[in-house]
Write a protein that binds this ligand. Structure first.
Ligand code: ADP
Ligand code: MG
Length: 314
């Protein structure tokens, strides 16, 4: 037996699939992998991405306002909230079933609709860079700019896409409630899609037109929960230097300073592996007993035993 750990798990796109039916199937194997860790006695807190889902919801809501002029366009923050509930539902449902199969009939699984505060002066707001939703023609893009105030960018000759800001998470608004649930051994799903971005305006939290990176949000959550591990599950078993090149090298174990050197040398692609390694470094830097790991969903259990994955520590 090894020590029971408090683990924040960030699920990447491949844990959920791209469509409604794909997600229903994908969550079954995701639930199995998560239950393996729960069965081993670990306390598991789940964060998930929402890229395809929030794009889908955004498009559906845009279609609604095209069809019915009385329905104004839905803010992106509301679309993120919808994605948290919908993905939370599928995960909750699959986790409950898998837990019951393994004899855990009384372990509650709960999704927390989570707001995450961002800084309105975050430089990311001046430079929206994250593409979301479908491709549009020049005419459609001009209409979206005028009608909804979207910022549209041409994307590598493939058409126009809406771009939104991706500010850093500052505070998880529901943190205290999440702590209470985790302390009471409930299985918690929270900060979905990086959380619903909000800015503080007096007593009001105003939804922001932005998408927070789920890797950064899960790092903040793990630090605030005093977790032992942050595990980022994605489409590769390990992180590589010289990724995709002849001299590619898969990494097992890294210190924070080695990882920082590789970041500086540009080994990790922006928007995919870079935020994961940055989040891993940030978490590992926050204490000598804190380890971050990046691996495949199906390898999470082996990774915790130290058998695979890329581990980052002080
Ligand atoms: P997720 O949905 O889990 O966030 P992403 O597609 O955003 O997944 O990021 C994972 C991808 O990052 C991998 O599938 C891989 O193609 C890519 N990647 C970029 N640089 C590296 C690297 N240095 N080592 C490993 N994978 C990398
Ligand atoms: Mg990603």
């Amino acid at each position: 037996m090894y020590k029971r750990k408090r683990i924040v798990i960030a699920l990447g796109g491949n844990a959920l699939g791209n469509t409604l039916p794909e997600q229903m199937i994908a969550v079954k194997s995701t639930a199995k992998a998560l239950c393996d860790l729960i069965e081993d006695g670990h306390q598991v807190v789940v964060v998930h991405g929402n890229g395809p889902q929030v794009g889908m919801i955004n498009n559906a809501m845009a279609a609604l306002s095209r069809e019915d002029p009385k329905q104004p366009n839905t803010p992106l923050s509301v679309c993120v909230a919808m994605s948290q509930a919908y993905i939370g539902y599928d995960l909750q449902n699959a986790l409950r079933e898998e837990l019951r199969k393994r004899g855990f009939v009384r372990t509650p699984v709960v999704t927390v609709v989570t707001q995450v505060r961002v800084d309105p002066d975050d430089p990311a707001f001046q430079n929206p860079s994250k593409p979301i939703g479908h491709f549009m023609s020049k005419e459609e893009a001009e209409h979206a700019e005028k009608a909804y105030g979207y910022i549209m960018k041409e994307d590598a000759g493939r058409g126009y896409r809406r771009v939104v800001a991706s500010p850093k998470p500052v505070e998880i608004v529901e943190q205290d409630a999440i702590n209470s649930l985790v302390d009471a051994n409930k299985i918690v799903i929270c900060c979905g899609g990086g959380g619903i971005p909000v800015t503080l305006q007096g007593d009001h939290l105003k939804g922001a037109s932005a998408v927070i990176d789920k890797d950064f949000a899960s790092c903040l959550l793990a630090k605030q929960l005093g977790a032992d591990m942050l595990i980022i599950l994605t489409a590769v078993e390990k992180v590589a230097v010289n990724f995709g090149k002849e001299n590619e090298e898969w990494l097992d174990d890294l210190t924070v300073s080695q990882a920082e050197k590789y970041i500086e040398e540009g080994h990790f692609a922006a928007g995919s592996m870079l935020p994961k390694v940055q989040a891993a470094v940030d978490f590992a830097s926050s204490g000598p007993d804190r380890t971050a790991m990046i691996t495949l969903l199906s390898k999470a259990k082996d990774g915790i035993r130290g058998e695979t994955g890329t581990r980052i520590h002080l």
